[in-house]
Design a protein around this ligand. Structure first.
Ligand code: G3P
Ligand code: MG
Length: 376
């Protein structure tokens, strides 16, 4: 039934509060459930309190990820309950956040295991998706050091839609947008390919814009020449995996790439508006996307569009720099106040958090108990 699917059924008095749960470090450590996580979600289901799972993780389609989490926590979850780092990118198929429709354009998608992220992008509706593995498989010289991973790339690489042929740019592979959907596994290959495209002429792989590198140019040597934008999806420098210490996240890859960029062009990546770090917690775009999905779910399940507004959303997270900072700074257009709750089961493990939450508790069970939930 819907009530068991993490969303509330029609109750006489719709709850005017809701929860947003982070996943890594709050519900799971890698794929191991954190004690109390399942009970916390079940309590909300039983009391008809809507919630979403808001994660900077990704790499699989939302339906697949929710099925996995539901299985691990032994709880029935609706696929619409999750927002992953790359979920907002689905809107770019038909044009979103000021970007042209990319449905029929050729995009590069980096990160994740194998071509899992390509499959996510294709399920979103992108029709022409290339991965760094495709490029390496077709032109191993593009990154000499990935020869050791040759057999891995062979398992999922696809033929390129066009060759890399700088002598015939009009027939050479042109990339119209680049995305990092999840943590790259081969930072070297992915960084090389992304820098190649950012320095190219018009996004045509294998070319170098004749404008780049001239010291009299703005941005100390970098001049845009029709290159495509690069969208990161998750700024996390650290995240809580199965190891007892936090691990470098996609934000670590971004820092590495931006270090290469500064050395190559002499100017900081922040000067280049093509490099976009606007998606993922703590950024407003992701919180607005998440709140709209939460409200749509609530209206659909309650089968009504005239519900009392959600007065408070309790954001339960483990990373002060993403979960807490994002909730504290989010200004809802629907009038809901986002109340940040920091748990001790993930990245944060004591001391003065870098971004102060409204509440600090031990774990997700205490997070629920810290909110006076009137029994419906
Ligand atoms: O790659 C996932 C990691 O960055 C953190 O994910 O669920 O804690 O937002 P999460
Ligand atoms: Mg987390």
């Amino acid at each position: 039934s819907n009530s068991r699917r993490g969303l509330q059924t029609s109750t006489a008095q719709a709850s005017d509060i809701a929860f947003a749960f982070d996943i890594d470090g709050v519900l799971l450590r890698s794929s191991k459930p954190i004690p109390g996580a399942a009970d916390a979600l079940r309590t909300l289901q039983d009391r008809g309190i809507p919630f979403i799972l808001l994660t900077n993780g990704g790499g699989k389609h939302e339906t697949e990820r929710v099925a996995e989490i539901g299985q691990k926590l032994q709880i029935d979850l609706d696929p619409s309950v999750i927002i992953q780092s790359h979920s907002p990118f689905a809107g770019l198929v038909h044009g979103a956040f000021g970007q042209e429709a990319l449905e029929n354009k050729c995009i590069l998608v980096a990160g994740g295991d194998g071509d899992g992220c390509r499959q996510v992008a294709e399920k979103y509706g992108f029709k022409s998706v290339v991965t760094p593995g495709d490029l390496f498989n077709a032109y191993p010289g593009i990154w000499p050091f990935s020869k050791v991973f040759k057999d891995y790339y062979k398992t999922f690489a696809r033929p390129l839609p066009k060759p890399i042929d700088p002598s015939d740019p009009s027939n050479s592979l042109k990339i119209d947008a680049m995305f990092v959907f999840n943590d790259p596994r081969d930072w070297g290959l992915d960084a090389q390919v992304i820098v190649d495209i950012l320095l190219s002429s018009q996004g045509i792989i294998g070319t170098i814009s004749d404008k780049n590198g001239k010291s009299d140019l703005p941005n100390r040597g970098y001049q845009q020449d029709g290159q495509p934008p690069l969208y990161f999806s998750n700024p996390d420098l650290w995240w809580a995996a199965s190891y007892h210490l936090p691990r470098l996240g996609q934000g670590g890859f971004r820092e590495a790439l931006e270090g290469i960029w500064a050395a190559v062009t002499g100017g900081p990546a922040q000067d280049v508006e093509l490099i976009k770090t606007v998606v993922g917690k703590p950024y407003t775009l992701t919180y607005r996307f998440a709140e709209n999905q939460l409200l749509r779910n609530r209206a659909r399940i309650l089968n009504s569009s005239s519900l009392p507004p959600v007065r408070k959303v309790f954001m339960v997270g483990d990373n002060p720099e993403s979960d807490i900072r994002g909730a504290n700074s989010y200004k809802s257009e629907h009038g809901s106040d986002w109340h940040s709750i920091l748990v001790r089961t993930g990245v944060y493990n004591g001391g003065q958090p870098s971004c102060p939450p409204k509440t600090i508790v031990d774990d997700s069970t205490q997070a629920i108990l810290s909110v006076s939930i009137r029994r419906r």
